[in-house]
Design a protein around this ligand. Structure first.
Ligand SMILES: Cc1cc2nc3c(=O)[nH]c(=O)nc-3n(C[C@H](O)[C@H](O)[C@H](O)COP(=O)(O)OP(=O)(O)OC[C@H]3O[C@@H](n4cnc5c(N)ncnc54)[C@H](O)[C@@H]3O)c2cc1C
Ligand SMILES: *[C@@H]1O[C@H](CO)[C@@H](O)[C@H](O)[C@H]1NC(C)=O
Ligand SMILES: *[C@@H]1O[C@H](CO)[C@@H](O)[C@H](O)[C@H]1NC(C)=O
Ligand SMILES: *[C@@H]1O[C@H](CO)[C@@H](O)[C@H](O)[C@H]1NC(C)=O
Ligand SMILES: *[C@@H]1O[C@H](CO)[C@@H](O)[C@H](O)[C@H]1NC(C)=O
Ligand SMILES: *[C@@H]1O[C@H](CO)[C@@H](O)[C@H](O)[C@H]1NC(C)=O
Ligand SMILES: *[C@@H]1O[C@H](CO)[C@@H](O)[C@H](O)[C@H]1NC(C)=O
Ligand SMILES: *[C@@H]1O[C@H](CO)[C@@H](O)[C@H](O)[C@H]1NC(C)=O
Ligand SMILES: *[C@@H]1O[C@H](CO)[C@@H](O)[C@H](O)[C@H]1NC(C)=O
Length: 553
C-alpha cells in the first residue's frame, strides 16, 4: 500500500495532554470477561460500553504506546499504532455519507442494527457537536444529527484561501449542493466537520474521549505496548490472548471468557490467521496449525484509493511548506494558535471535498456495477491537501488536489507468507482492479485536472508540477495515474459480518471470538470512515450486551 502523505498539521498531532494513569484493578488468576485486542475507535467504544457493567472485568490490549505522551513517537504511530488507533494520526475529518450503504449492510449481515435508522442513533450516541466561531459562509450543520456522546465534533474555524473558491466551483460545474455529510446524504460538496475539541482546537481521539472515560473505572484495565501474537484456543473455544510486552520483551497470556478483536482491517485478519483461523491452504503453507478453515477471513478488502495532482501555489495559500520554510508565516501561525487556537495550526488539512456521480456513459460496455449503485452513492470524491505529496517537489509551496474512487468494484485481500506475527501480512489492495474502476478514475482525473485550468481555480494553481504539462495522451495519463496513486487508509470489509462473521459479530465455526469495527463492515462507506468505526463499535457493544447479558448502565 502506498502511504498517504497528508499528515495532519503538527500541533494537532502533538497536542494531546497527559493524563493520570488508572491504577490497575486486575483481579489476578480470574479470566477477564472481555478481552479486547486493539485500542482504536471501535475497540475503545466497545470497552467503554461493556465496562459500564461494574460486574464485568474488561481488559484491552493495544500494540502501540500510550498516546497521552507528548510528543508521540512519530514513526511508530504513523499508521495509528497507539492508544486511539487511527484516530490519533488521521486527518480528523468526520462524516457519515450515504444512508443506502447502511441499509444494504443490514441486508447483507442479517443484523437490523446496521440499518441507517439504527446507525444514525449510533452516530449520535457516540458524538456531540460543539459550536465554534467559524466563517459565516460555511454550510449550516444540522445539530440534531449529533447526540451527547463522548467524541467532540466541531467546524473549521479558519479557511484556506482556496476553500471557498473550491466549494463554489465544484458546486457550479458539477451541479452539487452544499451539505453537511452527517445527516444521511452521500452526494454534495462540503467544508466538513472535524473530530476536534473546539475549546482549545486539539484533536478529539478515541483515547481522549472513550478511553479516558473507561480508564476511570476499576473494572477496566488497559495494557499498551501489548502486541498480540496469538489467540489461544482450547479445542474450538477461544480462551486467551498471548502478547509481547514490547517494553520488556516478555510474553504474557491473558485468559478470557470472550475475545473481541478490534485490530483494524489489516491487523484483525492477520491476527486471526496467525491463530489458525483463516483459509486452511494459506495457513498450512506457512506451517500454522488450522483451528478453523475460514476462507472468507482476509477477503473482501476494500479501500478508497486516490490519484494526485500537484501544483505550485501562491504565497496567499497557507501550505505546509509555508509553515516549514517561511519564518514569517510560521511565526504568525504559532502566535494565532497560541492566542486562541486559531489560524493555520488549528485546522486539519484537506477538509473540503465534493462527492458525486459521473455520467453512466463512462461505463458503456463495462458492466452495470457502477451504474446500478443506489442513487445516493457517489462514484468519485475530489479533495485537496497542502501537505507535500511527492518528495521531489519539497522545495515548492504546493497544493495537491486528489481524486478517489468511492465505491470500487474491485476487492483485494490480505494473506500471510510467514507465521511470525512480527512480519507484515501480504496486502493485495486491488486499486483500479477492474476495467470499470479504471474508466472511472481516468475520467475523474481528467475532469479534475481540467477544473484546475478554469478561471476560478487556476489562480491558485499557476504551475502544474505533477503529472506535468507534457502529459497529454491517454497512455501518458494512465501512466501518471499509476505513479500518482495512493491509499486513503480507509480499509474495511476484510472480516465481514454476514460472511466471515455471524450477525452477532462471532467468527463462524469457533466459540468466544468476535471481530468488530472496520474489518467487520460488509463493504465501504462513501466518505471517510472514522465516524462509522465509532458507530460500528457502539452497535457491536449493544449486540454483545444483549446476547451475553451485560447491563450497560
Ligand atoms: C493516515 C490516516 C488518515 C486518515 N484520515 C481519516 C480522516 O480524516 N477521517 C476519517 O474518518 N478517517 C480517517 N482515517 C481512517 C480512520 O482513522 C480509521 O477508519 C479508523 O481509525 C478505524 O478504526 P478501527 O477501530 O476499526 O481500527 P484502528 O483505528 O486501525 O485501530 C486498531 C488498533 O489495533 C491495534 N492493533 C493491531 N494489531 C494489533 C495486535 N496484534 N495486538 C494489539 N493491538 C493491535 C492497532 O495498533 C490500532 O491501535 C485515516 C487513517 C489513517 C491511517
Ligand atoms: C483541551 O481541552 C480538553 C477538554 O475539552 C482537555 O481535556 C485537554 O486537556 C485540553 N488539552 C490541552 C492540550 O490543552
Ligand atoms: C436535521 O436532522 C433532523 C434529524 O434527522 C431532521 O429531522 C431535520 O429535518 C433536519 N433538518 C434540516 C434543516 O435538514
Ligand atoms: C518482543 O518485542 C520486542 C520489542 O519490540 C522485540 O524486540 C522482540 O523481538 C519481540 N520478541 C519476540 C520474540 O517477538
Ligand atoms: C511568507 O509568509 C508571509 C506571511 O504569511 C507572506 O506574506 C509571504 O508572501 C510569504 N512568503 C513567501 C515567499 O511565500
Ligand atoms: C531543495 O533545495 C536544496 C537547496 O537548494 C537542494 O539541496 C535540494 O536538493 C532541493 N531538493 C529537491 C527535492 O529538489
Ligand atoms: C488476492 O488478490 C490477488 C490480486 O487480486 C489475487 O491474485 C490473489 O489470487 C488473491 N488471493 C487470494 C488468496 O484470494
Ligand atoms: C512476504 O510478503 C512481504 C510483503 O509483501 C514481502 O515483503 C516479503 O518479501 C515476502 N516474504 C517472502 C518470504 O515471500
Ligand atoms: C515530461 O517531462 C518530464 C521532465 O522533463 C520528464 O521527466 C517526463 O519523462 C516527461 N513525460 C513525458 C510523458 O514526456
Amino acid at each position: 500500500m502506498i502511504h498517504c502523505r497528508s499528515l495532519p498539521r503538527g500541533l494537532l498531532l502533538l497536542a494531546i495532554s497527559a493524563i493520570a494513569w488508572p491504577a490497575s484493578a486486575a483481579p489476578q488468576n480470574r479470566p477477564a470477561d472481555y478481552l479486547i485486542v486493539g485500542g482504536g475507535p471501535s475497540g475503545l467504544v466497545v470497552a467503554e460500553q461493556l465496562s459500564r457493567d461494574p460486574r464485568k472485568h474488561v481488559v484491552l490490549l493495544e500494540a502501540g504506546p500510550d498516546s497521552s505522551l507528548d510528543p508521540l513517537p512519530a514513526p511508530e504511530v504513523w499508521q495509528g499504532r497507539a492508544l486511539g488507533g487511527g484516530s490519533v494520526v488521521n486527518g480528523m475529518g468526520y462524516c457519515r455519507g450515504a444512508q443506502s450503504v447502511f441499509d444494504e449492510w443490514a441486508l447483507l449481515s442479517g443484523n437490523e442494527g446496521l440499518s441507517w435508522e439504527s446507525m444514525f442513533d449510533a452516530f449520535k450516541a457516540t458524538t456531540h457537536f460543539q459550536e465554534d466561531v467559524h466563517p459565516a459562509d460555511q454550510v449550516a450543520i444540522n445539530q440534531s444529527s449529533f447526540g451527547d456522546g463522548p467524541l467532540e465534533i466541531t467546524t473549521q474555524r479558519f479557511q484556506l484561501a482556496l476553500d471557498r473558491p473550491f466549494v463554489d466551483k465544484l458546486s457550479s460545474s458539477l451541479d452539487l449542493t452544499e451539505i453537511d455529510f452527517v445527516s444521511g446524504y452521500g452526494i454534495g460538496v462540503t467544508e466538513q466537520v472535524d473530530a476536534i475539541r473546539a475549546g482549545n482546537r486539539t484533536r478529539s481521539s478515541a483515547w481522549t474521549s472513550f478511553g479516558w472515560l473507561a480508564a476511570n473505572r476499576p473494572n477496566f484495565e488497559v495494557r499498551h505496548n501489548a502486541w498480540a501474537s496469538k489467540i489461544e484456543f482450547t479445542g474450538k473455544k477461544a480462551d486467551g490472548v498471548t502478547y509481547n510486552d514490547t517494553l520488556t520483551g516478555s510474553f504474557n497470556t491473558i485468559r478470557a471468557r470472550e475475545i473481541v478483536v478490534a485490530a483494524g482491517a489489516i491487523g484483525s485478519p492477520h491476527l486471526l490467521m496467525l491463530s489458525g483461523v483463516g483459509p486452511a491452504d494459506q495457513l498450512e503453507a506457512v506451517g500454522i496449525q488450522v483451528v478453523q478453515d475460514s476462507p472468507q477471513v482476509g477477503q473482501n478488502l476494500l479501500d478508497h484509493h486516490y490519484v494526485q495532482l500537484v501544483y505550485e501555489t501562491i504565497p496567499e495559500m497557507g501550505t505546509t511548506w509555508q509553515l516549514e520554510h517561511n519564518e514569517t508565516a510560521a511565526q504568525e501561525a504559532e502566535a494565532e494558535y497560541a492566542a486562541n487556537g486559531g489560524g493555520l495550526k488549528g485546522i486539519p488539512d484537506g477538509n473540503v471535498f465534493a462527492a458525486f456521480r459521473i455520467p453512466d456513459s463512462v461505463f458503456d460496455g463495462l458492466g452495470d456495477y457502477h451504474v446500478s449503485l443506489p442513487e445516493d452513492r457517489p462514484h468519485i470524491l475530489h479533495a485537496y491537501t497542502t501537505a507535500p505529496f511527492r518528495t521531489e517537489f519539497a522545495n515548492y509551496s504546493t497544493i495537491s488536489p486528489f481524486t478517489a474512487l468511492v465505491q470500487p468494484e474491485g476487492a483485494g485481500n490480505i494473506t500471510i507468507n510467514s507465521s511470525d506475527y512480527r512480519d507484515m501480512p501480504v496486502i493485495n489492495s486491488a486499486s483500479w482492479a477492474t476495467p470499470a474502476d479504471r474508466a472511472a478514475i481516468t475520467y475523474a482525473y481528467k475532469e479534475y485536472r481540467s477544473l484546475f485550468t478554469s478561471p476560478e481555480l487556476s489562480p491558485y494553481a499557476p504551475v502544474e508540477l505533477f503529472p506535468g504539462a507534457n502529459v497529454t495522451t491517454d497512455d501518458e495519463i494512465w501512466d501518471a495515474i499509476q505513479r500518482g496513486s495512493g491509499s486513503f487508509h480507509h480499509p474495511m470489509g476484510s472480516v465481514a459480518i454476514g460472511s466471515a462473521l455471524d450477525p452477532n459479530w462471532r467468527v463462524h465455526g469457533v466459540a468466544g471470538l468476535r471481530v468488530v469495527g472496520t474489518p467487520a463492515a460488509p463493504n465501504l462507506v462513501t466518505c471517510h470512515p472514522q465516524g462509522t468505526a465509532y458507530a460500528l463499535g457502539y452497535r457491536a457493544a449493544m449486540d454483545i450486551a444483549a446476547a451475553d447479558g451485560v447491563h450497560i448502565l
